[in-house]
Write a protein that binds this ligand. Structure first.
Ligand SMILES: *[C@@H]1O[C@H](CO)[C@@H](O)[C@H](O)[C@H]1NC(C)=O
Ligand SMILES: *[C@@H]1O[C@H](CO)[C@@H](O)[C@H](O)[C@H]1NC(C)=O
Ligand SMILES: *[C@@H]1O[C@H](CO)[C@@H](O)[C@H](O)[C@H]1NC(C)=O
Ligand SMILES: *[C@@H]1O[C@H](CO)[C@@H](O)[C@H](O)[C@H]1NC(C)=O
Length: 247
């Protein structure tokens, strides 16, 4: 074989190594193909087509990764997905007034820690528990009721309707809703607690009812890894390496 071809193959080999370098230094074991993992909520929403705002919020708050991780650890979930139209009904002043922490909680509030299949709506026990945490009054209560064929959601701030099923299997259900579910705790403070009757002489215990659970909001770091199109490249590299070794 001529010297030129040999050099050409060496160059190709070098290119292959450079191409794979990030993978090599990350030493990541080849991930299982996406098909065997849990369903991907972002893919479901993108396919449905009118959930662009929600998809953006899921990504910005890293809730997409959190949801993936919960599903991958076999936690059942129900997601209420407000449409772009639902977000456009939300006053921009309301949304802008939310802190980053509250935006995370807003998205978490749409993720119920329970699988509610389309036929299960009559049987739920209110208030539901969501990823936002504390579902007691003035925090993150979420009520779902079904009468006739209509499923309604009440947060104490908004009344929403379930307008369709985007996805449903034995671990995850995703429903379209017509309003953004605003949690009561963002807008209404509990009324002043009447002073408790003195137990003994000293009844002055500090009643910190406004203490927040900050820990709930931390999304897990796990991210779904998608390796698209590496297969062809790897095959080419193997062929080239094999040829180079033979030269
Ligand atoms: C998903 O779960 C499987 C097994 O439970 C685990 O091997 C895998 O690393 C998890 N994937 C991610 C991205 O966390
Ligand atoms: C939600 O349901 C609980 C239990 O039925 C009730 O106490 C609460 O007032 C309801 N909240 C709203 C906002 O409907
Ligand atoms: C929600 O519905 C209840 C009746 O079930 C009504 O009293 C309340 O005013 C409604 N709230 C909003 C924000 O529309
Ligand atoms: C959602 O359902 C409610 C109640 O049936 C209805 O009033 C509303 O128009 C529906 N919205 C959409 C976008 O279909």
């Amino acid at each position: 074989m001529s010297k030129h071809i040999f050099i050409f193959l060496q160059l190709l080999l070098l290119l292959c190594i450079i191409h794979h370098f990030p993978t090599i230094i990350a030493q990541s074991p080849a991930p299982a193909p996406a098909a065997s993992g849990p369903p991907d909520v972002v893919t479901i929403l993108k396919k449905a087509g009118h959930f662009n705002t929600l998809v953006r919020l899921l990504k910005r708050t890293k809730m997409d990764a959190r949801i993936f991780s919960l599903l991958n650890n076999s936690n059942p979930l129900t997601i209420f997905a407000p449409t772009d139209e639902a977000f456009s009904k939300l006053k921009s002043k309301t949304f802008k007034s939310l802190t980053y922490q509250q935006r995370i909680q807003l998205v978490q509030f749409h993720v119920v820690n329970l699988l509610i299949s389309p036929s299960d709506f009559e049987m739920v026990s209110n208030p539901l528990s969501t990823q936002a945490g504390d579902n007691s009054n003035y925090k993150f209560p979420l009520n779902v009721t079904a009468d006739d064929d209509q499923v309604s959601i009440k947060t104490g701030i908004v009344n929403a309707s379930v307008n369709g099923t985007l996805y449903s299997d034995d671990q995850l259900a995703v429903y379209q809703v017509d309003r953004v579910l605003l949690p009561l705790g963002f807008f209404v403070s509990p009324p002043p607690v009447p002073a408790p009757p003195p137990l003994k002489e000293e009844a002055s215990s500090p009643s910190d009812s406004s203490e927040e659970d900050e820990d709930d909001a931390k999304p897990s770091g796990a991210m779904p890894v998608i390796y698209n199109g590496l297969g062809v490249m790897s095959f080419m590299c193997s062929v080239i390496i094999a040829i180079s070794l033979c030269v």
